[in-house]
Design a protein around this ligand. Structure first.
Ligand code: SAM
Length: 207
């Protein structure tokens, strides 16, 4: 465990070989190594597990964790049933509890993406990690909304670079990321997890 953590923290290749990202667990260490330690955002928070992980290992000033926690027909459980408002409210309460110990470094916003992006100035964020709705169209809309908010040396990233039916949802993340990259002349680096890899776009490599 300690060896793994040290390896993640000290990986000498971070500044040079961004394509060597084994899993999203390495993301906060990569951000630290690249000195992307200002403001970040996670879109889609649920219980706050990954926001908590980021805040624990990332040396950044402030993380905005953004999720509307609002019942909608596109948000379903593995068995296909709509996630109820009661379940969203319970997730919100759980996330608040998990993120409270981080004080002013953490702000949990009960807002929906992509509209939430309008409250941030262009170039304001060091990174944004998208893990909200996973269908093709909402992912593409999220990417288009948040990409301008990332500073020129920053990273736009997200979870579940996969297509197809999974846990009752038709995933279209892979197609959305590929299409976004083509349209914006950028490349996505994919982490090495076999089931739910993450994608990372280094804005400095655009064009
Ligand atoms: C897969 S979960 C997020 C898990 C979290 N990122 C983690 O790894 O711990 C997806 C979350 O996206 C949220 N969500 C759905 N629509 C959203 C939207 N328009 N904007 C932001 N979050 C949204 C859902 O409420 C749900 O909590």
């Amino acid at each position: 465990m300690l060896r793994k953590l040290l390896k993640q923290t000290l990986r000498a290749t971070y500044p040079y070989q961004h394509f060597l990202i084994r899993s999203r667990a390495e993301f906060p260490f990569l951000l630290n190594a690249l000195k992307l330690t200002g403001i970040g955002a996670e879109i889609g928070v649920k219980h706050g597990t990954y926001s908590q992980y980021l805040l624990t290992h990332w040396r950044g000033q402030k993380l905005f964790s953004i999720d509307p926690y609002f019942e909608s027909e596109v948000e379903v459980e593995a068995d296909g049933r709509v996630v109820t408002q009661m379940s969203h409210d319970a997730c919100y309460a759980r996330a608040r509890e998990k993120l409270a110990p981080f004080g002013a470094r953490s702000t949990l916003l009960r807002e929906a993406s992509p509209q939430a992006a309008e409250n941030f100035q262009d170039g304001a964020l060091d990174f944004c990690y998208i893990d909200a709705l996973h269908q093709f169209e909402p992912v593409l809309l999220d990417m288009e909304a948040w990409f301008p908010k990332i500073k020129c040396t920053g990273i736009l990233a997200g979870h579940d670079y996969i297509n197809g039916e999974w846990r009752g949802v038709r995933y279209g993340v892979k197609t959305a990321v590929d299409e976004f990259c083509r349209a914006n002349n950028v490349r996505a680096v994919i982490s090495h997890e076999t089931d739910t890899p993450s994608w990372f776009i280094f804005k400095s490599r655009a064009g």
